[in-house]
Design a protein around this ligand. Structure first.
Ligand SMILES: O=C(O)CCC(=O)C(=O)O
Ligand SMILES: [Fe+2]
Length: 313
């Protein structure tokens, strides 16, 4: 008996053949609607963006503006601290990448010479200071700067407004302007994909973020006030065997002024195996990736990103 070839469930929605020129804006206002058709229409919009672009803006995301602005001013105060105070909590001194990243400390694109940003990274911590106990390969306490009143509270308020107890990494980023002759191998953040399921990025009004479309063209993710930029990362791409796109992006700040952004990388629990879902695999589309745990994957990507500056510490 010949069986009809089964179309993988997720592939049933066709990917458009043309390369995207724009990043869709999705309104989350009715995400909790009691009407299932409204929720379904929203889900379809999100799924379309996940399959065809890998990036979308969200508006009416529900994070209060005052919590955002308090986190942003905390970031500005942190990056304005004297270098030795920031270096005291350098990311190389902590377990699993918590703390301060100096200029050129990270090199997200291995073909480059280092990223022209400073950063501050933290993992989940609740209001009483307790971090997750089950982070496996990514276990590590947060580190906080000395003498910066209100910093921790403002940063955690944003984290807690965005989510509850995930395997996530939150970052504060500062990009100095790049003016004059720009070395293409030193960018704000070099071309890369993100390591987790999806990223939710707050960016200020300084343009820098660019997204690579499937024709190899960089599309600007221009700042849109009141929105967050969401992009998919490698964990979802691996789970869906690349049905959902983990899209390459970079940031180059040629504006002449300083830029700040706050990405929050939502991952699956670190002990979960990233194994392609049966609905995304077929004879025609065999599994593309070897199976690893989410924690091992994120850790190995972070180790590669920071390898070039490790010897200095
Ligand atoms: O700052 C940005 O606009 C992008 C940051 C980013 O891509 C990252 O941290 O992975
Ligand atoms: Fe990124």
């Amino acid at each position: 008996m010949t069986s009809t070839p089964k179309r993988p469930l997720l592939l049933a929605s066709a990917r458009t053949e043309s390369a995207f020129e724009e990043i869709p804006i999705i309104n989350l206002e009715h995400i909790d609607s009691k009407d299932p058709t409204i929720r379904r229409a929203l889900a379809d919009e999100i799924r379309d963006a996940c399959v065809n672009v890998g990036f979308f803006y969200v508006k009416n995301h529900g994070i209060p503006a005052e919590i955002v602005s308090a986190a942003v001013s905390a970031a500005k105060r942190f990056f304005a601290l004297p270098l030795p105070v920031k270096q005291a909590i350098d990311i190389h001194k902590s377990a699993n990448f918590k703390g301060y990243t100096a200029l050129l400390g990270e090199n997200t694109n291995p073909e480059n010479r280092g990223d022209l940003h400073e950063g501050f990274d933290l993992g989940w911590e609740d209001a009483s200071g307790t971090s997750r106990s089950d982070d496996g390969a990514m276990t590590g306490e947060n580190v906080w700067p000395e003498d910066l009143p209100g910093f921790k509270d403002a940063v955690l308020a944003y984290y807690h407004a965005a989510t509850t107890k995930p395997a996530a990494i939150m970052r504060l980023l500062y990009y100095p302007p790049q003016t004059g002759e720009v070395d293409d191998r030193v960018q704000g953040i070099g071309a890369h994909t993100d390591y987790e399921c999806f990223t939710m990025l707050w960016q200020d009004d300084v343009p820098a973020l660019q997204v690579l479309n499937n024709a190899g063209k960089w599309i600007d993710a221009v700042p849109i006030p009141g929105t967050l930029v969401v992009n998919l990362g490698d964990q979802l791409a691996r789970w869906t065997n690349d049905v959902f796109k983990s899209t390459v992006h970079r940031a180059v700040n040629r504006s002449g002024v300083e830029r700040y952004s706050i990405p929050l990388f939502f991952g699956t629990d670190y002990n979960v195996k990233l194994e392609a879902l049966p609905s995304c695999v077929s004879e025609e589309f065999p599994p593309k990736y070897e199976v690893v745990t989410a924690g091992e994957y994120v850790k190995s990507r972070l180790e590669a990103t920071y390898a070039h500056s490790k010897a200095e510490h």
